[in-house]
Design a protein around this ligand. Structure first.
Ligand SMILES: Nc1ncnc2c1ncn2[C@@H]1O[C@H](COP(=O)(O)OP(=O)(O)O)[C@@H](O)[C@H]1O
Ligand SMILES: [Mg+2]
Length: 160
């Protein structure tokens, strides 16, 4: 996936801009780190990529999606292409491991036998087959594994 920031600025109120005409390009297959001191704008960059924020000016291109102040894209379609692992795990505590992983495919309206096959494949990949019917609270390994190892791969291979 190709991500291009072209002179992107983001202002919050009257303070100095969080991003000031920031430009960069990340190409397919590249592995990058976004580093900087607290307040540098890292979270703002990530929030712009998932269109949780709209740039004040400039243009963001994520594959065929072009985001600018004047051009918003279909957020649901954009986010289907992006696997984002949050620090505060976005996990549903009233669903089992299997059900947590299955939810994205359920929303896409996939058939239950297909969902079952794919979810078991993913759980096997991250070594959680034995925990499929456990609730998150029953195993600390579940939160760590699903979200750190499996989720990006899952999005890329099965959903995106
Ligand atoms: N929702 C917001 N409202 C006002 N100011 C914000 C908001 N989000 C971030 N900022 C400001 O934008 C700058 C960049 O913040 P942020 O992207 O969170 O930096 P980082 O993640 O690198 O610590 C900071 O000065 C921060 O105070
Ligand atoms: Mg941050």
């Amino acid at each position: 996936m190709r991500i291009i920031f072209n002179k992107v600025s983001k202002n919050f109120g009257k303070n100095a801009p969080a991003l000031d005409e920031t430009s960069f390009e990340i190409n397919e297959g590249e592995f990058v780190f976004l580093v900087g001191s607290s307040g540098a704008g890292k979270t703002t960059v990530l929030r712009l990529i998932i269109q949780d924020l709209i740039p004040t000016s400039g243009k963001i291109e994520i594959e065929k999606f072009v985001i600018s102040k004047k051009n918003h894209v279909d957020t649901a379609k954009l986010r289907r292409k992006i696997g984002m692992v949050f620090q505060d795990f976005k996990i549903l505590y009233n669903r089992t491991t299997f059900e947590n992983v299955a939810i994205a495919l359920e929303i896409l309206g996939k058939k239950s036998d297909e969902i079952s096959k794919k979810v078991h494949e993913v759980l096997h990949l991250v070594g959680l087959s034995d925990k499929a019917n456990f609730f998150p609270i029953q195993s600390r390994r579940i939160t760590k594994s699903i979200y750190c190892e499996g989720y990006c791969w899952w999005t890329k291979n099965f959903i995106g």
